[in-house]
Design a protein around this ligand. Structure first.
Ligand SMILES: NC(=O)c1ccc[n+]([C@@H]2O[C@H](COP(=O)([O-])OP(=O)(O)OC[C@H]3O[C@@H](n4cnc5c(N)ncnc54)[C@H](O)[C@@H]3O)[C@@H](O)[C@H]2O)c1
Length: 340
């Protein structure tokens, strides 16, 4: 059996990807700080949990590993701006370090899950592909760009490196994120009948379902080395390239309730329309529509399988943990609070 090390395994994508890998017959070593909870991955004979910080990960974690999928990150722009130093350390430095260690330890293939947000802002009418100049605008996007460059440099005959630039992800996952566009829209519509839409609605954003992007990673573990080594692939589909107002209208019309669109925020300075021909030329296709993702999430909310809590808003949860860390350090004595 082949073994995959997944970092950031306890996150939104990781908690969908890990069961998929197990189902496909891989052994999985799941490394994470488990900021969002350890219980989300469950238990499995072929699943090994490693609670570790990617910045301090010892080389032995890579022993017996065939593939690495390096999901670990502070995973959005607001977290990147709030925790800039940590974003450079985790999203850029730790991932290049992990790629380097992986190469030294004889790992065959390393996949870096980056983001289409590297395209930043593009003029109307421009459709970017993997050869287009990037335009990273935020700390998060800049750190991804550096991680991409650092990882790709390591590709050679014995070490296959693949970068994927994921569209904005949506859909139900055990570690839920309501700070992502379609998920946040669906939640607002379900909870209050008000669908939040970031101004001014003309910005382009590609979308991809969490099971599709996870499926793409599984697909790329098996793809022909000659066609993928040292390469970047956008992950998404032309059908899921949206301007946000039509996307909001689509979500509104899909749901079985009366929904009003409510604007929020300053006008978004990110807009990118993306081509996905390169990954499709390998034979991979996204399966899920935005409508299906919104409906599936609506059903999960109705059934009580998920809800919006602080934990589902990435930045708020990290801020909460940092605040409680301060408070606990002040009141903790002899390793306890009320009980010793
Ligand atoms: N979700 C999206 O829309 C999207 C889009 C493009 C790219 N990405 C990228 O995909 C990857 C996964 O995203 P996600 O949505 O699952 O994010 P997430 O925040 O849900 O998951 C990240 C995981 O990393 C862990 N983590 C953070 N710092 C760590 C550290 N120093 N050591 C160990 N673990 C640590 C967290 O506990 C969390 O479980 C990230 O690299 C993200 O930037 C996501």
């Amino acid at each position: 059996m082949e073994r995959v090390l997944v970092t950031g395994a306890g996150g939104y994508i990781g908690t969908t990807l890990v069961p998929m890998l197990l189902e496909q017959g891989y052994k999985v070593r799941a490394l994470d700080r488990y900021f969002f909870g350890r219980d989300l991955l469950g238990q499995h004979d072929d699943l090994e949990i490693v609670k570790e910080d990617s910045r301090r990960m010892p080389a032995e974690v890579l022993s017996g590993v065939d593939y690495v999928i390096d999901l670990v990150a502070l995973s959005n722009d607001p977290s990147g701006e709030c925790f800039q130093q940590a974003t450079w350390e985790i999203n850029h430095e730790s991932r290049v370090r992990t790629a380097r260690l992986a190469k030294q330890m004889g790992v065959k293939r390393y996949i870096l899950p980056s983001s289409c947000s590297l395209y930043g802002w593009q003029a109307d009418g421009v459709i970017v592909n993997e050869e287009s100049p990037t335009n990273p605008l935020t700390t998060y996007a800049k750190a991804n760009q550096k991680a991409e460059n650092g990882a790709i440099e390591l590709a050679d005959k014995t070490f296959c490196v693949i970068v994927i630039r994921q569209a904005t992800v949506y859909g139900y996952s055990p570690r839920m994120r309501f700070d992502l566009a379609i998920n946040g829209m669906t939640y607002g519509a379900w909870k209050t009948g008000k669908l939040p839409l970031l101004r001014d609605g003309t910005q382009w954003r590609p979308m991809v379902h969490v099971r599709d992007t996870s499926g793409a990673m599984c697909f790329l573990l098996r793809a022909d080395t000659a066609r993928v080594n040292g390469q970047v692939f956008n992950i998404g589909s032309e059908a899921n390239n949206y301007q946000l107002l039509p996307l909001a209208e689509l979500v509104r019309d899909a749901l079985p309730v009366d929904v009003k669109i409510e604007w929020y925020g300053d006008p978004d300075n990110r807009s990118y329309r993306v081509a996905f021909d390169k990954i499709e030329s390998l034979g991979w296709r996204a399966k899920y529509t935005a409508r299906e993702g919104a409906l599936e999430l609506y059903d999960a909310l109705e059934a009580g399988r998920t809800d919006k809590t602080l934990r589902t808003i990435t930045l708020q949860w990290y801020q909460e943990l940092v605040n409680w860390h301060k408070i606990i350090r002040e009141v903790e004595m002899y390793g306890g609070i009320v009980d010793l």
